[in-house]
Design a binder for this molecule. Structure first.
Ligand code: DC
Length: 218
């Protein structure tokens, strides 16, 4: 049996990773994995249970004790908290402020990497994040890195009703010691400042189909 295909989509905040990863997954019939949502779910769980997210040891202990389940519903992977997926809560300002602290804890990253690799049991994947092509699935042949001008990314976030300091978040994500945000070796870099999501995802799909060649019946 052929091993599942993994499409890794990394990039800066608000560079269109989620929109494009979902479009690509839908077009190919692959399972979509939003790894940022996995970190957000843990950050929310920490806030809910009174864990001080400024304390890496407390966060690592909460992660270790966390009883969660990896599920795949409608071709989308989620981490559940006591059987519940906090879809809206993970986008709250409080969770957004806490998440990059949680994501910087080495034990958390190790735990997440294991869960993210476990997603192969669900089949072919489109996985988006910050370290997918560089750290979680460095062996994949399908790596993309999305970016856009800071003003354009801020405009997109504001259009979604979210005001956040993207430059500060990108800096925290790029400067952490473990698995920082970076352009993975061999990644196709796409700056989509002046592109629609339809154009960006078409470019990604074209590249995937070209690389798969005649073998790629997806
Ligand atoms: O993509 P997002 O905004 O939902 O990501 C939330 C946070 O999690 C962001 O600060 C970066 C971090 N993250 C990470 O460190 N590694 C990933 N693979 C995905 C997200």
């Amino acid at each position: 049996m052929k091993s599942p295909i993994v499409i890794a989509i990394d990039g800066t905040s608000a560079s269109g990773k989620s929109t494009n990863a979902k479009l690509v997954a839908l077009a190919l019939g692959f399972v979509y994995v939003d790894t940022g949502a996995m970190y957000r779910t843990l950050a929310w769980h920490c806030l809910q249970t009174g864990v001080d997210v400024q304390q890496p040891r407390a966060v690592a202990a909460a992660c270790r004790r966390w009883k969660t389940a990896l599920t795949c519903v409608d071709n989308q992977v989620r981490l559940l908290v006591d059987g519940y997926y906090p879809e809206k809560e993970v986008r709250s300002d409080a969770t957004s402020a806490a998440v990059s602290l949680v994501a910087a804890v080495p034990q958390v990253r190790k735990w997440m990497k294991q869960k993210q690799r476990e997603c192969l049991k669900f089949g072919n994947l489109v996985m988006e994040g910050r370290d997918i092509g560089s750290n979680v699935f460095p062996e994949t042949d399908f790596k993309f890195y999305l970016d856009a001008r800071l003003e354009e990314r801020a405009r997109r976030r504001a259009a979604d009703g979210v005001n956040e300091n993207l430059a500060a978040r990108d800096q925290r994500d790029s400067q952490r010691a473990v698995a920082p945000l970076m352009i993975p070796l061999g990644a196709r870099v796409i700056n989509n400042s002046q592109m629609t999501a339809a154009e960006t995802s078409a470019l990604i799909l074209e590249e995937i189909r070209r690389r798969l060649g005649s073998d790629g019946a997806v």
